[in-house]
Design a protein around this ligand. Structure first.
Ligand code: ADP
Ligand code: MG
Length: 255
């Protein structure tokens, strides 16, 4: 983010061309590649077609919103992208690895190392402090306690909660709880942050503050996918994928 890209070769340094003004970013490496993914749920005799053949590619440092009406398949797609579930058919590569046929243990390993989740309901451990909640992914990753603590403290500072390390969730506001959850999602340096309706339980001012924080994380180089049904939330993203009845209706860039 800091160094502007330049095409000047050494012999041209004496009369360097004016910098090219870019209103788009060079795509980074591919993080997600899904092709023709379907998901069927069996409900007794009935089969629900939640996804009917969806293809998406997401590169590092993209900021994507997934939109669509209730029941269109947003959460199903999110679960798939987050390696919480596998497709019924189709291809899913995550950072180049084929995850479509992985075992539950292998999927859990990818999730722990590569994916940061943010949920509408925060999903924090109620009896644990902010610091303990943020340290948890590092416990699973097997990091020694001193390093764990140091990383968790730094990440909580990064989300503006340096003064709330020992507070438990019920001693925090909704916005602060979501910041703890975002710190927990970030602490492992994941390849991608997946947020399913991250502002759904917040008032609009607090929700906007959370979206500003995601904006900062994006500017720092993180890759972010936000699921939302609110246009005000989606307008923060640089790309919007709209689902309808288990299919992609549109996939457009903005800004
Ligand atoms: P959205 O998040 O866009 O509201 P979902 O992905 O939750 O949509 O659901 C898509 C469709 O799949 C809906 O018809 C829903 O009822 C169905 N569905 C989702 N999860 C399950 C499940 N675990 N079992 C059966 N049907 C499901
Ligand atoms: Mg949903």
């Amino acid at each position: 983010m800091s160094s502007p890209s330049t095409f000047a070769s050494p012999e041209h340094t004496g009369h360097a061309p004016a910098p090219i003004k870019r209103d788009y970013r060079e795509p980074g490496p591919l993080v997600i590649e899904i092709e023709n993914v379907t998901k069927l749920y069996k409900m007794g005799e009935e089969i629900v077609h939640a996804l009917l053949g969806v293809s998406i590619r997401v590169h590092r440092n993209e900021y994507l919103a997934v939109m669509g009406p209730s029941g269109s398949g947003k959460s199903t797609l999110m679960n798939m992208l987050g390696c919480l579930d596998t497709p019924t058919s189709g291809k899913y590569h995550f950072t180049g690895k084929d995850v479509s046929g992985m075992s539950d243990d292998e999927l859990a390993d990818i999730r722990n190392r590569e994916i940061g989740f943010v949920f509408q309901t925060f999903n924090l451990l109620p009896r644990s402090s902010s610091l303990q909640n943020v340290e948890l992914p590092l416990v699973y990753a097997g990091l020694p306690p001193a390093q764990r603590r140091e990383k968790a403290i730094q990440t909580l500072r990064d989300v503006g909660l340096g003064e709330r390390m020992s507070h438990k969730p019920n001693e925090l506001s909704g916005g602060q709880r979501q910041r703890v959850a975002i710190a927990r999602a970030l602490v492992n340096n994941p390849s991608i942050i997946l947020a399913d309706e991250p502002t759904g339980n917040l008032d609009s001012k607090t929700g906007e503050e959370i979206m500003q924080l995601l904006e900062v994380l994006y500017e720092k180089g993180n890759t972010i996918i936000v699921v939302t049904h609110e246009e005000d939330i989606a307008r923060h993203a640089r790309r919007i994928v709209r689902l309808r009845d288990g299919l992609i209706e549109s996939d457009t860039r903005q800004h």
